[in-house]
Design a protein around this ligand. Structure first.
Ligand code: RB5
Length: 144
């Protein structure tokens, strides 16, 4: 299951990515807002989406204007590993090596076609475990 959310700066890209995941990738996805161009605070969206990610052992996608604020906020939450990506290779490696459970994108920094390709790379990659597991565990220990 995938949970997606954005602030007003990421709204348009969120809607594009949402339709792509539903219609092309045929994955179950839940839209946590925002739903209009009215200004909202990206930490609130990050908190809401990440809470569902943790409860459901799911994947999250977060979008703000640059992806920076919303990824910083998400990474403050224990159990979240959020990767801000602007190309496909990093998106794949974020899953394969870092076991990222949330992908962040910038609605004002990348176009919709690139975003879809990044999302596909992220969703279709798997954590490789092995030596990477120890490193990811060390990241999570930093929050204790
Ligand atoms: C909102 O104007 C903007 O600051 C936000 O979307 C994001 O880019 C913050 O990092």
């Amino acid at each position: 299951m995938i949970f997606i959310g954005s602030d007003h700066g990421g709204l348009e890209l969120k809607n594009e990515v949402l339709q792509y995941i539903k219609n092309e990738l045929k994955e179950e996805i839940i839209d946590k807002g925002c739903y209009s161009k009215d200004s909202v605070d990206y930490p609130d969206i990050a908190k809401d989406v990440c809470s569902d990610v943790l409860k459901n052992n799911a994947i999250g996608i977060l979008i703000c204007g640059t992806g920076i604020g919303i990824s910083i906020a998400a990474n403050k939450i224990d159990g979240i590993r959020c990767a801000l990506c602007s190309e496909e290779y990093s998106a794949s490696m974020a899953k394969r090596h870092n076991n990222a459970n949330v992908l962040a994108l910038g609605g004002r920094t990348i176009g919709a076609e690139l975003a879809k390709s990044i999302v596909k790379s992220f969703l279709q990659s798997q954590f490789e475990g092995g030596r990477h597991e120890k490193r990811v565990n060390k990241i999570m220990d930093l929050q204790k």
